[in-house]
Design a protein around this ligand. Sequence first.
Ligand code: 13P
Ligand code: 13P
Ligand code: MG
Ligand code: MG
Ligand code: MG
Ligand code: MG
Length: 384
Amino acid sequence: LLITLSIIKADTGGFVGHSAVHPDMMAAARHAMDRAVRSELLIDGHVASCGDDVSLIMTHRYGADSQLIHSFAWDTFQTTTGVARELGLYGAGQDLLSDAFSGNLRGMGPGYAELEFDERPSEPVVCFLADKTEPGAWNYPLYKMFADPFNTAGLVIDAKMHAGFVFEVYDLFEEKWICFDCPAELYDMLMYIGAPARYVVHGVRSKTLGETAAATSTQRLSLIAGRYVGKDDPVMIVRAQSGLPALGEVLEPFAFPFTVGGCMRGSHHAPFMPVSVGHAHPARFDGPPRVVALGFQIHDGRLVGPRDLFADPSFDEARHQANLAMDYLRRHGPFEPHRLPLEDLEYTTMPQIQARIADRWTPLPSPPVPATAGRPASAGAAKS
Ligand code: 13P
Ligand code: 13P
Ligand code: MG
Ligand code: MG
Ligand code: MG
Ligand code: MG
């Protein structure tokens, strides 16, 4: 049975500020979803949120990039935007960058991760939803899940995983992509995906099964809009078990609250905190960035679930460490590495400041003072 699992998400207004989605918006989205299931556009659907972003989790038979599915999501986001406007919520319609729908959502603002697959007799999947960060946030956990034997025991002891996985990586600046065959090309790949503001893992495929195991949303709103329009707040689908990482191997990377770009004004490094759905409301300094994990068993296309997978005390220590890391980073205030480097800042007054004070910058004396002036020559420098 070939089915498609699509997560399509957008921020269509925040309650309060950028911290959450209003219950009336969730109700409007659920109403639309129920109608789409009854009309048989969708096999099944679930509405979820993380922070101020609404996610439509849907199963259907139309494949990825389907006009029918994307236009249903677009219409639903118009509806939730209408609710947000009525209530005067913050940033109503924030992620809807275009006025009219034309074919699919590419370049229009909403993010989406879609995976078409032949449903296995038992099909466990995890839908990850994040707020206050960017798509590169998935690079580290995907590397851990599919390439690090210290995270994923199956890479060593499961015959169907031992051959490794292929990672599809996008360069979001130059709009091109490449595949890395891992473990053979691990070191090459890390050179790129270690720079997650630019290089983003789009998908992962099992070499043994030939099946796609993971898909992420890889849109970058600021690159589309050319101005600050909030962070992308990405989503990700990961299939688990039977030749793919076990559920616990899929979740294990989040036991370490690694830092991601995002948080306040999309312009800070802050720890990525795994939380239950009830705690997915970033408020402190618009953070720390949050991730929720919704587990489903898909059966005949039906979404059996969700289970709120980070509602588990074994992630308490990660949350505690995230709070400590947040305190540590916050004390840097406007200094790097809390604030993002100039080239990655999403929000900047630099051009205005630069224009205002440009004529006050005075060239240093020329020829430049030698860097060693006033210092005794070192032993190394004395050799000739
Ligand atoms: P159970 O015996 O609880 O089914 O566990 C099986 C397993 O492989 C856990 O990773
Ligand atoms: P969102 O992308 O979640 O709307 O965040 C925007 C922001 O500026 C937070 O400070
Ligand atoms: Mg917002
Ligand atoms: Mg958001
Ligand atoms: Mg956003
Ligand atoms: Mg069992």
